[in-house]
Design a protein around this ligand. Sequence first.
Ligand SMILES: [Zn+2]
Ligand SMILES: [Zn+2]
Length: 240
Amino acid sequence: MVRGLLTGFQSLLFPASCLGCRLPVETDRSWPLCSACLKKLPLWQGPWCARCGQSLSGAGAGVTLCRACKENRRSFDEAVSCFPYKGMVQELVLAFKYGGKTGLLPFLAERMFLQVRRQMGNDPADWVVPVPLHPVRARERGFDQAQLLAGALALKLSLPQARGLLKRGRATAPQAQLTRAERFKNVREAFCLRPRPSLGRSRILLVDDVFTTGATANACAALLKKAGAARVTVVTFARG
Ligand SMILES: [Zn+2]
Ligand SMILES: [Zn+2]
């Protein structure tokens, strides 16, 4: 109680510190970064792979797909992401996901909203669908980060959110510890659609925090397409 009061008092007297440089955040205190660090965020820049959004800088003229997309069938149509997953961006995601800093949600959702608008215009989709976290993990963590992001993004875009549409079947091993081949195998049978919906030619934004190999997004997109979705765009805050 006393400690809580003291912390509350301290945050009144001293502004929150920036996650990037640890200096006080001078403007909006609910923002995790100071204005200097905000400007330093490395926005995901084109040219992009037309399918997965991977950077194609350095590739020759006329190249539209990255190697991974040329070699593998992708069930989603495109992928939109805000930042490369490294440095400050990685810190933000880890603080949100594992550090319990759910107060970062408005900031993350705002960036995703701006990037969707920038790349997809004013009418990007009909539905927003979160990539589901396994219920056991959600319980351990106390929240589902993809669902929070999807909810906030749907609100900003004035789109309905289809919660609970995709479900995790069995517990999958944490993707971060697996090789690329193992990741695809790990997620192949991990998802199902419940109840069987009819997505009647609708366009879907499939939301997650980080896009890594695209294996998870691919498994979810395949199911959505089977249920009739016309177009699936993966939207993430960061990508590896
Ligand atoms: Zn800073
Ligand atoms: Zn690609």
